[in-house]
Design a protein around this ligand. Structure first.
Ligand code: SF4
Ligand code: SF4
Length: 85
C-alpha cells in the first residue's frame, strides 16, 4: 500500500484525486454504482504506484503516504484496503 485517504474526505468526495490519478486506482468513481452510498473514496492498495499526484489535488488534505498517515487516522489504512475486498 502506498497512499491512503483519510477522514477529511468523508462527505466531500469531490473526486479531484480521481481526475489526476494516472492508474485509475481511486474508487468509487462518479460512474460506479457504489458512489452514491460511499461516504468517501478509497485508494486500491496494490494498484497505487506511489506517484503522489493525488496529494496536492485534494482540497481538504485527506491523502497521505502510508508512512505519513497520522496516527489518529491509522484506521483508514485498513478502511482503504477493505473497500476492495
Ligand atoms: S480529492 Fe480529497 S476530498 Fe476529494 S475525493 Fe479525493 S480524497 Fe476525497
Ligand atoms: S499516489 Fe498516484 S497512483 Fe497512488 S492514488 Fe495517488 S495519484 Fe493514484
Amino acid at each position: 500500500m502506498a497512499f491512503v485517504i483519510c477522514e477529511p474526505c468523508i462527505d466531500v468526495k469531490d473526486t479531484a484525486c480521481v481526475d489526476v490519478c494516472p492508474v485509475d486506482c481511486i474508487h468509487p468513481r462518479h460512474d460506479e454504482p457504489q458512489f452514491a452510498l460511499a461516504k468517501m473514496l478509497y485508494i486500491h492498495p496494490d494498484e497505487c504506484i506511489d506517484c503522489g499526484a493525488c496529494v496536492p489535488a485534494c482540497p481538504v488534505e485527506a491523502i497521505f503516504s502510508l508512512d505519513e498517515t497520522p496516527r489518529h487516522w491509522s484506521s483508514f489504512i485498513d478502511a482503504n484496503r477493505r473497500f476492495f475486498e
